[in-house]
Design a protein. Sequence first.
Length: 325
Amino acid sequence: MGVCSGFAIFILPQPVKDFDAVILFGAMAEMSEEKVDGMKMCCASCGIAEVDAIKLKECTSCDLVRYCSDKCQKNYISQHEEACKKRMAELHDELLFKQPESRHDGDCPICMIPLQLDPKKSTMKGCCSKLICNGCDHANNIREWEERRDPLCPFCRQPVPTEKECNKNRMKRVEANDPVAITNEGFNEYEKGDYIKAVEYFTKAAELGDAAAHYQLSNFYYDGYGVKKDRGKRMHHLEEAAIGGHPIARYNLGIQEWKNGHTERAVKHWIIAASQGDNDSLKYLIDDFKRGFVGKEDLDTALRAHHSAVDAAKSPQREAAEKYY
């Protein structure tokens, strides 16, 4: 990625606490949605129903039960713990394996076509910190040359800044809490060899929801750059990046699940990543199909989705830019 080119009231007959946690969870799984909602209208510990004077609050970790007070929640922890952990894992996987609406880098703000996966095929403008596809950038350069115009940013239409102005503009975006600019500053510090400073920028951008920052932090915790190696934190940031639509993070999660012997989970990750245009994930799916780990229907679906994602990122301007560069 160039830095400066030119630049997120049902009352139970008896208190729920009489139920064993495992039996409760199993029973709730078999109940209709209406009955489960009815059970949640009562405190899981004392059984008191929610009325105007009594407001129940959900378990802070799952959506199975509610309580009338902190005391009831504390008294019921031992009975609810197993079901709570199981439900937490289910909720996490529902989020993790949900197909993202779009990739983390989104569309080019000019042509509104999805940016290509290769970071070399887009440029961040030093005047406005916008990531522009090379197709739009090249088309703008050609137009300016043909019309003998002074060079302007194809997005904000400001004159091309000097390197000093570029740095100043970028820091303004950083101070404004622009997550993309903050992540880019993290890259700059990384290139300078200041890994600790890079981690600070990536961490701040990740807190603002930037998937690319989460992905870079996963790499830092894997390699130990600026931080101690930490597998748990690495996996956390990989998952956050994948949820945010980062296909390479998703691909890496598939590799990790495969190494852990979790074939089904690995395949799920690769199907999602392939549908976002990731070639390596598609290759693994094809290999796994040959070995009997992936069904024909799943592979066909992934192939169609991959083809569609790749085609969606094509344009005559981008093809012309590739020939030029």
